[in-house]
Ligand binder design. Structure first.
Ligand code: PLP
Length: 421
């Protein structure tokens, strides 16, 4: 049974029950030694590495189980269909959805949000209505809403954040009113690491009759997720950010809402019957899964979910909190380094700028020293503007990272400062 209370990083501090060296052996790429030297992969917010069970599940599918699903009458196709539907049920359990039909397989978090904006958003919004988002959104949770607002005459409203990167809840509450039809908010910021108080946001939004869409791309890799406890209406997941394959993700939607929503794309597999006079659509989730799906991806995502269940998200989160505290104190000690994103509730994302060094130059030098970080606007240009920087460097942590890798990061920053500073 899942806990009813959503677990926040502050609730999981404590001794970490995670053997990191053992975990690292599950990820073949982590033993890679370019130039014979250790390599620190600290770009997990961009994509995570894949454990053996995920690689194995996809490999096994293509070697032994590959067939198209849902339409085949032969055994191989029936088995592939069963495996795909079992994968859906695993994702359902992992996020605490009440039935498998509430899980729609999509390409990733971007497609999940576009699906909600195009289907729910376009059918619900009228001229003068409002969609509320926040300053810390990824472009995937900005642009689809801008598009649907342009199509319907609705307005986009932006809730501000403070200098630590914490959402201004008073301002958000003041923005949400009778005209608000949708509140779309990230659970965890990909730049700041901030964890937003989704349950509270849901309470405020629901009081005004607005639906809540949560971008969970950066939360699912770090926190246990329970959509029932959060109470949200939609929740977007990205497979490749939660140790699963690329090109697969999932949208959770409340079944009563999905049932009333028009299709997002038309084609095969989303219909009950087609004639030239008209088409009857299938029920969710098939209604939203037109075309041949990424079957191997769904099986890989299910294997990732099984793997995360075995690790235990609570243990992973506790370990990452320790690593984040260590990384924060080490980076704070480097003269000229400024961390961007210091909210009290945050996950292992360390965005920072270094005086006199452009983040891109820093990223290149770090790479020479075997440390992979990301530099740029991180698909969050309005957020960069909020902090008055064109870009940041970002080290983002996973439960397979170590203190030694943080030390390597800090040493390499020191070397860059010697060159540029
Ligand atoms: N939302 C956030 C917060 C992200 O960080 C990302 C990817 O960086 C996305 C959405 C897009 O996810 P996907 O790659 O699954 O489309």
């Amino acid at each position: 049974m899942k806990a009813v209370t959503p677990i926040k990083p502050s609730m999981v501090r404590g001794p970490a029950a995670l053997d990191v060296q053992r975990v690292r052996r599950d990820f073949p790429i982590l033993s890679r030694r370019p130039d014979g030297r250790p390599f620190a992969y600290l770009d997990n917010a961009a994509t995570t590495q894949k454990p053996r069970p995920v690689i194995g599940a996809m490999n096994r599918f293509y070697r032994r189980e590959n067939a198209n699903i849902h339409r085949g009458v032969y055994a191989l196709s029936v088995r592939a269909t069963e495996a795909y539907e079992k994968a859906r049920a695993k994702v359902q359990r992992f996020i605490g959805a009440s039935r498998p039909e509430e899980v729609i397989f999509v390409r990733g978090a971007t497609e999940a949000i576009n699906l909600v904006a195009s289907s729910y958003g376009r059918s619900k919004l009228r001229a003068g209505d409002e969609v509320v988002i926040t300053t810390m959104e990824h472009h995937s949770n900005i642009v689809p809403w801008q598009m649907v607002c342009a199509q319907t005459g609705a307005y986009l409203r932006i809730a501000p954040i403070d200098d630590a990167g914490k959402l201004d809840m008073d301002a958000l509450e003041a923005l949400i009113g009778p005209r608000t039809k949708i509140v779309a908010v990230t659970h965890v910021s990909n730049v700041l690491g901030t964890v937003n108080p989704i349950r509270r946001i849901v309470e405020v939004a629901h009081r005004q009759g607005a639906a809540v869409v949560v971008d969970g791309a950066q939360a699912a890799p770090h926190l246990p997720i329970d959509v029932a406890a959060l109470g949200c209406d939609f929740y977007a997941l990205s497979g490749h950010k939660m140790y699963g394959p690329g090109g697969i993700g999932a949208l959770y939607g409340r079944y009563d809402l999905l049932k009333k929503m028009p299709p997002y794309q038309g084609g095969g597999d989303m219909i009950r019957s087609v004639s030239f006079e008209g088409t009857l659509y299938a029920d969710p989730p098939q209604r939203f899964e037109a075309g041949t799906p990424h079957v191997a991806g769904a099986l890989g995502l299910a294997a990732a979910v099984d793997y995360l269940d075995r690790i235990g998200m609570v243990h992973a989160a506790a370990y990452e909190q320790e690593l984040l505290a260590y990384g924060t104190s080490r980076l704070t000690g480097v003269p000229g380094v400024r961390i961007i994103g210091t909210a009290p509730e945050k996950v292992g994302v360390l965005s920072f700028v270094v005086e006199n060094i452009h983040p891109h130059d820093l990223g290149t030098i770090l790479d020479v020293h075997g440390v992979a970080i990301r530099a740029g606007h991180h698909c969050a240009q309005p957020l960069m503007e909020r902090f008055g920087v064109p870009a940041t460097a970002r080290a983002s942590l996973a439960f397979y990272n170590t203190r030694e890798e943080i030390d390597a990061l800090v040493d390499a920053i020191g070397k860059a400062i010697e060159v540029f500073g």
